[in-house]
Design a binder for this molecule. Structure first.
Ligand code: HEM
Length: 400
C-alpha cells in the first residue's frame, strides 16, 4: 500500500452507534493491530489499537510526548503564537518537575475532603433545575457548571468569568478551528491566568493559583510556567468531566436496564463501578494519545523507527476483547478499573481522583433525585462533538 492509499486517522464513527469507536478501528485491531495511517497533513504515523501494546508503549521511556519534536503526529495545524499548555506536552525531567508542583491538591486524600462541597454544588444545581422550566439543556444547566464550579474553587478563579474561559476552551480543543482562532483563544486564557497570578502573588488566598504564585516568588517556577500550568488545569478540569456527565447520562438513558441498576440497585459500590465502566465505554478523549519514538522500538513483530509518530487509540483499546470480556456491552457492575481512559504511564491523568469523585457524586445523585429524567428529543437530533479533541454532546435536552 502506498502512503496516499493508507487510511486516514481519525476515522469516522457509525452514525447510529454514537457510543462506539469507528468500525474501521475495530477492523484494524482485528487484522493489523500495529499499522500505519495517514494524518490530516499527509504524514504517516503508527496506529496502535491493542490494549497491551498501548500500555507497553505509554510506559516506555523511549517514547516522547514533546509536541515540538519532528515526527510528532499533530492533531491539526499548530496554533499561532507561542506558549505551551502546561506539562502535558513535555518530557521528563521538565514534565516531572512541573507536575510535582501541583500533585498534592489532586491527591486522593485532599480530593476526598472536597466531596461535601461537590455534593452541595450538585444538589444546588439540581434544585435549580427542578425549580425551573422544562425541558432544559442538561449541558448548560448541569454538566458544564459542576466541574467548572469545582475547578474554579480549587484554582481560585472567579466563576463569574465562566463564559469567557468555557468559550475559549471550546475553540482551543476544536479540531476544525483555524490556527489563528486557536492562537487567539490560547492567548486570551493565558493572559487571563497570568493577570490573575499577579493578583494572587500580591494578595495570596487559600487556593492553587496562590500556591503556584508562592512558588514563583520563591524562584521555583517562572511566571510563564505557572500560567501555563494554570491554563492546563483550568481547561482539563472542566471540559473533560463535563462531557462525561452529559454523554454518560445519555448512555444511561439509552440503556434503561443499566440506569435502573445504578439508581435502584441499593448497592453503593455500583456507583463506583458505573463510573469506571462509563469511562471505559465512552472514551471521551477519542483522538488517541500522541507520541513520537526516540529510539527504534520492537513491538508486536514490528519495528517502530526513531522519529516515527505513534497514535495510541485508547477508545478501541478499551474495547479490546483480550482485555475486557464482551467489550461492547455497557455493564455498570463489571470491574473496569484497568481501563486506559485516563491514559497510562507518566502522563496518566493528574486529575483522575477529582474527576472520579465528581462523577461518583453526579451519577449517585442526579438519577435518584430526578427518577423520571428522560430525553426531550430523539437520539438522531442530538449534536455530537465529532470535531472535538474531547467527545461528547453539544446539548442534551431533557425533561422529567
Ligand atoms: C473524566 C474526566 C477526565 C478524563 C477522561 C481525562 C483524561 C486524561 C487523559 C487520557 C490524559 C493523558 C494524556 C496523555 O497521555 O497524553 C490526561 C492527562 C491530564 N489530565 Fe485528565 N482527564 C479528566 C479529568 C481531568 C481533571 C478533572 C483534571 C484536573 C485539573 C485533569 C488534569 C489532567 C492533567 C494535568 C493531565 C496531564 C498529566 C501529565 O501530563 O502528566 N484531568 N487526562
Amino acid at each position: 500500500m502506498t502512503e496516499t492509499e493508507l487510511p486516514e486517522y481519525p476515522m469516522t464513527r457509525a452514525a447510529r452507534c454514537p457510543f462506539d469507536p469507528p468500525p474501521a478501528l475495530r477492523e484494524r485491531q482485528r487484522d493489523e493491530p500495529l499499522g500505519k495511517v495517514r494524518t490530516w497533513d499527509g504524514h504517516t504515523a503508527w496506529l496502535v489499537t491493542r490494549y497491551a501494546d498501548q500500555r507497553a508503549l505509554l510506559a516506555d521511556p523511549r517514547v516522547s510526548a514533546d509536541v515540538t519534536r519532528p515526527g510528532y503526529p499533530l492533531t491539526g495545524p499548530l496554533r499561532t503564537g507561542g506558549g505551551t499548555i502546561g506539562f502535558i506536552l513535555m518530557d521528563d525531567p521538565e514534565h516531572a518537575r512541573l507536575r510535582r508542583m501541583v500533585t498534592a491538591p489532586f491527591a486522593i486524600r485532599r480530593v476526598r475532603a472536597l466531596r461535601p462541597a461537590i455534593q452541595q454544588i450538585v444538589d444546588d444545581l439540581i434544585d435549580g433545575m427542578l425549580a425551573g422550566p422544562r425541558p432544559v439543556d442538561l449541558v448548560e444547566a448541569f454538566a458544564l457548571p459542576v466541574p467548572s464550579l469545582v475547578i474554579c474553587r480549587l484554582l481560585g478563579v472567579p466563576y463569574t468569568d465562566h463564559e469567557f474561559f468555557q468559550s475559549n476552551s471550546r475553540i482551543l480543543i476544536r479540531r476544525t478551528a483555524t490556527p489563528d482562532e486557536r492562537g487567539a483563544a490560547f492567548q486570551a486564557i493565558y493572559d487571563y491566568l497570568d493577570d490573575l497570578m499577579a493578583t494572587k502573588i500580591a494578595s495570596p488566598q487559600d487556593d492553587l493559583l496562590s500556591e503556584l504564585g508562592a512558588r514563583v516568588s520563591a524562584g521555583e517556577l517562572t511566571r510563564r510556567e505557572a500560567a501555563g500550568t494554570g491554563v492546563l488545569l483550568l481547561i482539563a478540569g472542566h471540559e473533560t468531566t463535563a462531557n462525561m456527565i452529559a454523554l454518560g447520562t445519555l448512555a444511561l438513558l439509552e440503556h434503561p436496564d443499566q440506569l435502573a441498576l445504578l439508581r435502584d440497585g441499593g448497592d453503593p459500590s455500583t456507583v463506583d463501578s458505573a463510573v469506571e465502566e462509563l469511562l471505559r465505554y465512552l472514551n471521551i478523549t477519542h483522538n488517541g494519545r500522541r507520541r513520537v519514538a526516540l529510539e527504534d522500538i520492537e513491538i508486536g513483530g514490528c519495528t517502530i523507527r526513531a522519529g516515527e509518530g505513534l497514535i495510541l487509540a485508547n477508545d478501541i483499546a478499551n474495547r479490546d476483547p483480550d482485555a475486557f470480556a464482551d467489550p461492547d456491552a455497557l455493564d455498570v457492575r463489571r470491574d473496569a478499573r484497568r481501563h486506559v481512559a485516563f491514559g497510562f504511564g507518566v502522563h496518566q491523568c493528574l486529575g483522575q481522583p477529582l474527576a472520579r469523585t465528581e462523577l461518583q457524586v453526579v451519577y449517585g445523585t442526579l438519577y435518584r433525585r430526578i427518577p423520571g429524567l428522560r430525553l426531550a428529543t430523539t437520539l438522531d437530533r442530538i449534536p455530537f462533538k465529532h470535531d472535538g479533541a474531547v467527545y461528547g454532546v453539544y446539548e442534551l435536552p431533557v425533561t422529567w
